[in-house]
Design a protein around this ligand. Structure first.
Ligand code: AMP
Ligand code: MG
Length: 495
């Protein structure tokens, strides 16, 4: 039976002036085939799994044909890459097919990543390799499963096309979804060309479609900046709490909607290490784990710069207002982060020394090379009974006495709020995930896919990572210590 699905499109971005984008046609890969389809993301645009029997829809998602209403474009942006301003970047290998509207009237960009060159490809080939496509596919959904705002992944295709990186790899294509893919760098592109009217049009566009409640404010651009600062502070607090390092926090990889976007050499921290650098090409550790909040603030200041002419006609007044807003970042970040840390400890009340309790724990985890995710999941089973040894936790530390000293303080803190072990465990089981996407897990799926064309691990991981707080008895091994070979995996920008 041939099921038919129709998608409604409303391509609002194409109604912006012509220098915001270029109309392009996807260039399909050779012998494309569907590798994985994510029904959870599909639901959001009114599709279900039966879509995989609708050949024209599949062809459209693979970049082979266009459906009525699709109006493919590549958008332009700029960005600060590793601190240096690059005046023109853009969708060099991403093509926005159109904005699909769901029954609630929400619209979702359907973007093909790896669909061929665009006017913004520079020296690139417009392609994405299977390895990096699997990584992005899985991590977007892992983040969503953890409750962290992110772009989503609808499906991915493989192909027979050879793509040249450090070696020959096979080309793949990801269909990515987000309410919008507009980045800080989209604003920077026009600002640094002196096109302040275009900055205003872009800000108006974002406000109209994504933050309509700001339209009535005295100065909606100041309100927009404040909103982006707030959502970014919340996002980064969530990254820090789950131990996620993005790896390439350039301003072109920062979403104005506060979404995690552009998964390249990201990593979930294993042994706790504030200096963790997930990107093998980040020689100076600019994007090391603990620097992410500061980098986010730097990126926000780049965005603020572009909005100055809209904030106030008097430059000094504009700068003063922008700086005042930027100074809110740190307290906002701290507030969210502390709330998340308290939750990770299973604390219901807020007390003055909670920060110290948490910080001293992180120091211990760092000094003892303790796995961040495994420690917190095991902490869910902490017994506050004085006679209990908490051996499972204790044995994770080299310096067990140091753990005992910390545990004594923690116990005291739990008793102070009359915490009940069983209740706290139920609560913490929903806070501290059992599973995160460790590099070796993605690598396992990548090896099976590239060596044996066996894609089953991708679907298994997708399913696991959609509910990372739940028990998955058949996948228990992924909750254990990573295997030795995991330490040799190196991830770089090449994708
Ligand atoms: P990224 O590091 O993936 O965030 O990409 C930075 C910029 O380089 C963006 O403008 C991308 O579109 C572009 N880019 C990255 N890889 C390619 C490629 N293989 N072909 C064309 N453009 C690319
Ligand atoms: Mg990017």
């Amino acid at each position: 039976m041939d099921e038919r699905f129709t998608l409604q499109f409303d391509n609002t971005y194409t109604r912006l002036p012509r220098d915001f984008y270029t109309r392009v046609r996807p260039n399909p890969l050779r012998n494309t085939h569907l590798i994985s389809f994510n029904s959870k993301a599909a639901e959001m645009i009114g599709l279900d799994c039966a879509i995989t029997r609708d050949q024209s829809l599949l062809n459209a998602l693979a970049g082979m044909e266009l459906l009525p209403g699709m109006d493919p474009i590549a958008t332009v942006y700029a960005g600060h890459q590793f601190g240096t301003f690059v005046p023109q970047l853009g969708d060099g290998r991403a093509i926005l097919l159109g904005e699909a509207r769901n029954h609630l009237g929400e619209s979702w960009d359907l973007q093909l990543k790896g669909a061929g060159i665009t006017p913004y490809s520079r020296d690139g080939d417009g392609r994405a390799v299977l390895r990096s496509t699997i990584r992005e596919y899985l991590c977007s959904e892992a983040m969503h499963g953890l409750g962290v705002p992110t772009t989503r992944a609808l499906c991915m295709f493989g192909s027979d096309e050879e793509v040249y990186r450090e070696s020959i790899e096979s080309g793949a294509l990801l269909v990515r979804m987000a309410p919008s893919h507009v980045r800080f760098g989209s604003f920077e592109f026009f600002y640094y060309r002196g096109q302040h009217d275009a900055v205003q049009q872009l800000a108006d566009y974002i406000i109209e479609h994504h933050y309509p409640e700001l339209a009535q404010r005295t100065n909606k651009y100041t309100a927009l900046l404040k909103t982006v600062i707030a959502s970014t502070a919340e996002l980064i607090a969530q990254w820090q709490a789950v131990g996620f390092a993005h790896g390439v926090m350039n301003t072109d990889n920062m979403s104005v909607l506060g979404l995690t976007i552009d998964y390249g050499p990201y990593g979930f921290m294993e042994a706790y290490d504030p200096g963790y650098i997930c990107n093998h090409s980040d020689y100076y550790g600019r994007y090391a784990f603990a620097r992410q909040p500061d980098i986010a603030k730097f990126n926000l200041s780049c965005l603020a710069q572009t909005l100055l002419p809209l904030i106030d006609r008097v430059p000094e007044a504009a700068a003063e207002q922008a700086l005042a807003l930027l100074s809110e970042f740190e307290p906002l970040f701290n507030k969210h982060y502390e709330t998340l840390c308290r939750a990770k400890l299973g604390l219901q009340q807020s007390q003055l020394n909670d920060h110290t309790l948490y910080a001293s724990l992180l120091t211990l985890l760092d000094q003892n090379n303790v796995d961040y995710t495994r420690f917190f999941r095991a902490l869910n089973r902490f017994t506050s009974d004085k006679r209990g040894s908490n051996a499972e936790l204790r044995d994770m530390f080299i310096d067990r006495e140091a753990f005992d000293r910390w545990a004594k303080q923690y116990r005291r803190r739990l008793v102070a709020e009359s915490s009940i072990d069983s209740q706290r465990k139920t609560y913490m089981d929903g806070i501290n995930p059992k599973y995160v996407l460790r590099n070796y897990m993605a690598e396992t799926a990548i090896r099976k896919a590239s060596e044996d064309k066996d894609y089953s691990e991708i679907d298994r991981l997708l399913n696991l990572l959609h509910t990372p707080f739940a028990e998955h008895p058949d996948m228990e091994h992924y909750a254990g210590e990573p295997p030795d070979w995991a330490h040799q995996i190196e991830v770089s920008c090449s994708s």
